[in-house]
Design a protein around this ligand. Structure first.
Ligand code: PMP
Ligand code: GLN
Length: 388
């Protein structure tokens, strides 16, 4: 029989998150690999979803989103940025940031257009660009501080460049992009007439004096930026997949043209509930950050105790730990050993580089209960992680 698999997907493998979570389950390892909370989501949001189901909010939503959720997203954006946007023309609710990313690429990237991706990158970015027929151009952030390499970025811009894809706070490094880095990108985007697509799903997870800045709020940038976020991380309900894209009407209309045929709309009762969630505002967010700051300290202490150097991440719920000092030169092998022999699962970041570059680091997730982190700490402390 013909091999029916389309050319465009032949190069795609199975996502590392699926792979590592399956390996963790198989070996009963404590799963610090895939990024999702292992604790209950907030009761007031789950109650709001149950109430929406009971109130028969069970049919299709308007394609671009339930009005109360779009209004809440707009209020939240205004509260954090001081910028007014239009909830009818500038907001599109999607099935997670994942759909928003692909809909943005399909709606705004033509075949042959180049899209600049910083690596390490979130694993969906290159496939999203390729599905649109675009060409990924990679710019590597240098470890361990991941500072924007301005010259490398300038050198990556060609007449074919259409967009720069940003992620702040950044998965997997935990970097929160600085004001000066974002200004540099904004200047280049305007000088070369580029679009900026920015993935800000961890926008509320920033620690100590780090400050999240949306590049769309810099002078001249709103008109050329699509800002993508997701309620999954902020409200610890990643399985609900309520995400959104914010952009001026001329960009939004391209995103919506794809969204209407990809999913038409995200689940109605969950949208209603996330509207309620967003209105909990700053009080909820403060408590979330203080919860995660504690988990971050616990995990960093556990990793250090096990002999791994770590730098505190300024944002996200991930920590990168140094395995090179333990004598390992292959992060995939280390993560396999850690999962199968030690009983703790982590993510090998080489999968976030187009050429499997070895940064000498591995990624651990701290969106976990304190007792989960303690149990992982005990297993790590008992293990011999150094290469024999
Ligand atoms: N972007 C980044 C950087 C992420 O870490 C995630 C988390 N899975 C996503 C996008 C996808 O978000 P969602 O679950 O809302 O689709
Ligand atoms: N964003 C999550 C992570 O980085 C995983 C999401 C997914 O499984 N697709 O771990």
């Amino acid at each position: 029989m013909t091999d029916f698999m389309a050319q465009r997907v032949r190069g795609f493998g199975t996502s590392i998150f699926t792979e590592m979570s399956a390996l963790a389950a198989q070996h009963e390892a404590i799963n610090l690999s895939q990024g999702y909370p292992d604790f209950a989501g907030p009761a007031f949001i789950k109650d709001a979803a149950s109430a929406a189901i009971a109130a028969e909010r069970n049919q299709y939503a308007p394609s671009h989103g339930v009005a109360s959720l779009r209004a809440a997203i707009t209020r939240s954006w205004q509260q954090h940025t001081g910028m007014e946007i239009n909830s009818d023309t500038d907001v599109t609710v999607t099935c997670g940031a994942t759909e928003a990313l692909l809909a943005t690429m399909l709606g705004l990237i033509n075949p042959g257009d180049e899209v600049i991706i910083f690596e390490p990158y979130y694993d969906a970015y290159p496939p999203d660009v390729l599905l649109a027929g675009g060409v990924p151009r990679y710019v590597r952030l240098p470890e361990p501080h991941w500072t924007l390499p301005v010259e490398a970025l300038q050198a990556a811009i060609t007449p074919q460049t259409r967009a720069i894809l940003l992620n702040t706070p950044h998965n997997p490094t935990g970097k929160v992009w600085s004001s000066s880095e974002l200004h540099t990108i904004a200047e280049l985007a305007q000088a070369h007439d580029l679009l900026v697509i920015t993935d800000e799903v961890y926008e509320r997870l920033v620690y100590e004096d780090a400050k999240h800045i949306s590049i769309a709020t810099l002078p001249g940038m709103w008109e050329r930026t699509v800002t993508i976020s997701s309620t999954g991380k902020t409200f610890s309900l990643t399985g609900w997949k309520v995400g959104y894209a914010l952009a001026p009407a001329h960009l939004t209309s391209a995103v919506r043209r794809v969204h209407q045929f990809m999913t038409f709309c995200a689940p109605t009762p969950l949208q209603v509930a996330m509207g309620v969630a967003l209105d909990a505002g700053l009080a909820y967010e403060r408590q979330l950050v203080s919860f995660y700051a504690q988990r971050r300290s616990e995990l960093m202490a556990a990793l250090r105790e096990a002999g791994m150097a770590v730098l505190p991440p300024a944002g996200t719920y991930f920590v990168m730990a140094d395995i090179a000092a333990l004598g390992w030169d292959n992060d995939v092998e280390f993560c396999r050993y850690l999962t199968t022999e030690v009983g703790v699962a982590a993510i090998p970041p080489s999968v976030f580089y187009h050429d499997a570059y070895q940064s000498g680091l591995v990624r651990f997730c701290f969106a976990k209960r304190s007792d989960t982190i303690t149990a992982a700490a005990e297993r790590l402390a008992r293990a011999n992680l150094s290469v024999k």
